[in-house]
Ligand binder design. Structure first.
Ligand SMILES: [Zn+2]
Length: 117
């Protein structure tokens, strides 16, 4: 295994599992490939190069891009806990919905202990 740090070009390989995972997760979450790569300090070319070279990565990226597209196309449904959690929405409908869902889970948990605060 090579370990040359000096002047290391910004490459992406399948050994970079952590970055690959981060990249795919960001893309699947609706971030563009370019923006997701930029977050990892990469340009598009190492990403596309790896996609050409590695079939597994190509398939994973295709799936992630598709997932990201449908995530972006979905209208945001306000007033739900998942919008609060997944989209970080703190609007006047999502905040109480998330609080209610949390309270409901607490009450649903055995005992039904009440606490206000
Ligand atoms: Zn909202």
């Amino acid at each position: 295994m090579l370990n040359t740090r000096r002047g290391r070009p910004p490459l992406l390989t399948m050994d970079d599992e952590e970055r690959i995972t981060q990249l795919l997760e960001a893309v699947a979450g609706g971030t563009g490939v370019k923006a997701a790569a930029a977050e990892l300090g990469l340009s598009l070319s190492p990403v596309y190069r790896l996609r050409r070279q590695n079939r597994r990565f190509r398939d994973a990226l295709t799936v992630a891009v598709r997932a990201g597209r449908s995530t972006r196309m979905q209208p945001v449904k306000h007033g739900t806990e998942s919008t609060y959690v997944n989209r970080g929405c703190r609007c006047e409908r999502c905040v109480p919905a998330a609080a209610a869902a949390r309270a409901g889970r607490k009450q649903g948990a055995r005992g039904g202990r009440e606490s206000s605060g």
